[in-house]
Design a protein around this ligand. Structure first.
Ligand SMILES: [Zn+2]
Ligand SMILES: [Zn+2]
Length: 350
């Protein structure tokens, strides 16, 4: 099969790769759409790249079942599916609480297992046993379905932040994930402020329903937030950027009793938190990463019902043959969400 194979940092080659085989309890999916996630881009450039190379990245995938391994029941060849990408053990302390994203032995598609930037992807038996191979119907496109995974990560954050109606949510960073936090917060009924330094992204956030937009390169962020919130600060601050110093500078933007959520996977850094501020203002700090299967299923359902629209997030489409262009675009701030499409796509305009 054709695949985008990673040999090292910034060394990706489009080449022939052995076709995956469905072992007992496994399924092979012919990729239709694979989403390009921020994590994929960082990994392609070398951050957190496995030593076990070569490898194929891409964990957001929808497609059609092309082969069934021995003993797989309830699925048939040709069926459209989307995949919750984490292969978890199901037995550890965290899995027993259904906190699958914290599984002690989690590996996943595009993360330890060959991923979806390829014509075919093998879905391991752990994912199938968990219920992570999910059938699609005519009500949802392959492109929309592939957005369930990133959207579900913002749902996991909203859950951890105990976000509720009428709260003010401040989102630092208007990239694709920041915009998904916006959609999740609006769906929850919150008032949303989006901060970025790129006007194009702020314009998108405005179109997607943000109540206030702040270009923090042009105005004083703290003053603006205090003006909007009558001097209180935001009930929930979500840091959805990968800039180490930003966390400390955003803490004063949190209202009393509020939550600060660290979502961007900033590399190791140090910052200062005043314990008396945490104590007296009753502040909660949360960190969230990935999502559970329940978050994923919920998001898939909301996308299918058009309760949350995700198609406006897809700004770039590529094929495996133009994968190098995808990498270039991903590095630029222009790309919101890119997808790789494989095979014949109906109703997709380039
Ligand atoms: Zn992702
Ligand atoms: Zn586990």
């Amino acid at each position: 099969m054709k695949a985008a194979v990673v040999y090292g940092a910034d060394d990706i080659r489009i080449e022939d790769y052995p076709d995956p085989v469905a072992g007992p309890g496994e399924v092979v999916v012919a990729t239709k759409v694979a989403g390009i996630c921020g994590k994929d881009v960082k990994t392609m450039l070398g951050q957190g790249l496995t030593e076990d190379l070569p490898t194929i990245l891409g964990h957001d995938v929808s497609g059609e079942i092309s082969a069934l391994g021995e003993g797989v029941q309830g699925f048939s060849v040709g069926e459209p599916v989307v995949v919750y990408p984490m292969a978890v053990c199901g037995n550890c302390h965290y899995c027993l609480q259904k906190r699958y994203n914290l599984c002690e032995q989690a590996i996943g598609i595009g993360h330890g297992l060959d991923g979806a930037f390829a014509e075919y992807v093998r879905v391991p038996k752990e994912i199938i046993a968990l219920g992570g191979l999910i059938k699609l119907d005519d009500e949802i496109s392959f492109e929309d379905a592939v957005m369930a995974e990133p959207l579900s990560c913002t749902f996991a954050a909203a859950r951890a932040n105990k976000m509720k109606e009428d709260q003010t949510v401040l989102i630092i960073g208007g990239g694709s994930i920041g915009l998904m936090h916006l959609k999740t917060a609006k769906w929850t009924g919150c008032k949303v402020i989006v901060v970025d330094i790129v006007d194009m992204r702020l314009a998108m956030a405005g179109q997607m329903g943000a109540d206030h937009l702040i270009n923090s390169a042009a105005v004083n962020l703290h003053e603006e937030v205090m003006n909007i919130t009558q001097g209180r600060g935001a009930d929930v601050v979500i840091i959805s950027v990968d800039i180490p110093d930003v966390i400390e500078s955003c803490l004063p933007l949190v209202a009393k009793g509020g939550v600060c959520n660290v979502f961007g996977a900033a590399s190791a850094t140090e910052g200062t938190v005043d314990p008396s501020w945490l104590h007296q203002q009753e502040i909660t700090l949360t960190g969230t990463s990935a999502s559970t299967l329940a978050d994923f299923q919920k998001c898939l359902q909301l996308i299918r019902e058009e309760a949350i629209i995700v198609s406006d997030l897809i700004s770039h489409r590529f094929t495996l043959d133009s994968f190098d262009k995808a990498v270039e675009s991903a590095k630029s701030l222009e790309m919101v969400r890119g997808v790789i499409t494989c095979g014949e796509m109906v109703s997709v305009s380039f």
